[in-house]
Write a protein that binds this ligand. Sequence first.
Ligand code: GLN
Length: 252
Amino acid sequence: MSRAELKPPTAAGRMIGVLDLQGGVFEHLDHMERLGVAVRPVKKAEDFQGLAGLILPGGESTCLARLLQIFGIDKVIIRKFHEGMKLWGTCAGAILLAKFLAGEAPHLGLIDIEVERNGFGSQLDSFVSEASIPRLSPTPIPLTFIRAPKILSVGMGVDVLLRIGDFIAAAESSGVLVTIFHPELTPSLAFHRYFARKCGLRPGGEKTAIDPPWDKTSWMRFARITPLERRSAEPLAKGCPQAIDHENPEGI
Ligand code: GLN
């Protein structure tokens, strides 16, 4: 085998995509934009062009898996991954990427982990916490778990980034990052910065893990429910769909 064949594939892209079929898309767009990283929502095969990495957001994995299949996006993700595109799954996204699902058939199967869906119970058993992950941040990182899965075990080639009690909360292989919590719902940019670097990009922004101007509605400037005054104050990221004013959908 020649040297060139031994080299791991690298994606040529300079942009990060957020899978936009269902779930928490805007919050991820917002966090990447805060780091000055070019980001776009991804719905169709054409949207994958130029991507260094793709975020599979939290939401409902059964619904997401069905939509991935219906639109044939599952095959595109697998192909792009083998061409070097990095992947990050948050919560439902991590479920989609797992090679093994307790009691269920796996979906994309791109990282050697075993996951148990709804591992903490129902939506009412959602909780917040924080943890120190020195590899990512000198200060503790806030964690938000929403009807989260548990990562039960990891296989060869997968590093544990965060273990809490009897479960694993974050792990990574060379091409895939998984978190069972939602960094995009907190002011912390640490995981977004980490993933951007994993994709070979150079995220900017403050050096601190916490973004002081962030508030719980920051993501709304990407959303269709964006209030008018906010929309004019904060420009949309390149490639994002224009916001629609539901009270005046025709823009009259
Ligand atoms: N419980 C959801 C599922 O099984 C995941 C929840 C989430 O993404 N916050 O898909």
